[in-house]
Design a protein around this ligand. Structure first.
Ligand SMILES: Nc1ncnc2c1ncn2[C@@H]1O[C@H](COP(=O)(O)OP(=O)(O)OP(=O)(O)O)[C@@H](O)[C@H]1O
Ligand SMILES: [Mg+2]
Length: 162
């Protein structure tokens, strides 16, 4: 199954728009042209993106600089989507358990600690990987790596209008 990264990211941004406005987040994102497709269930990829964007918003809640940057790239065989924030960052000690179910630093009622565990499983099940880099106090970058696919976006009419 193929997902168009541009359409999927647009949906995820739409569904998290309220939260991003609430926190006052600036978004740096340019939709990829030509489109970049990945071998993944689009609904699953959207869930992963929503989880990562919601975490980024939470991490920036008290930050003076609140920028969410989304990057998409492909070398033809592998595609990467990176989600970067300028939030709290992740302590070195927490990185080993970050993707474990029920690991959370959020107050009771705010987080269950399931978002990253579920996201990790969904990306892995598509033959990809979810990784993180972080500078405590500066921010974090989560990167989704997936097999690239010719996006299933070519409609019959696209050939004549292209
Ligand atoms: N972008 C980020 N910046 C800083 N810390 C993060 C970030 N993303 C995740 N974390 C840390 O990882 C923990 C686990 O994240 P995860 O998404 O699995 O659970 P949660 O957000 O706490 O709860 P849930 O997603 O179930 O509502 C978070 O509580 C937080 O401490
Ligand atoms: Mg979460």
């Amino acid at each position: 199954m193929a997902a168009d990264t541009g359409a999927t990211i647009a949906n995820a941004l739409d569904l998290t728009d309220h939260r991003l406005r609430q926190v006052g987040v600036d978004i740096e994102y340019r939709r990829p042209h030509p489109p970049i497709g990945v071998a993944a269930n689009p609904v699953h990829l959207e869930q992963v993106l929503i989880n990562l964007i919601a975490n980024a918003a939470d991490a920036m809640e008290d930050a003076p600089l609140r920028v969410l940057s989304i990057g998409v790239s492909s070398d033809g065989s592998t595609a990467c989507i990176s989600i970067s924030d300028t939030g709290t960052g992740i302590a070195e000690a927490d990185r080993a358990t970050l993707f474990d179910p029920f690991f959370t630093t959020k107050p009771a009622g705010k987080g269950l600690g399931l978002g990253l565990a579920i996201s990790y499983g969904l990306v892995r099940d598509s033959g990809g990987a979810l990784t993180v880099r972080s500078s405590p106090g500066k921010g974090s970058t989560f990167t989704i790596t997936l097999p690239a696919r010719t996006a299933g976006v070519a409609k019959p009419s696209a050939r004549v209008s292209a």
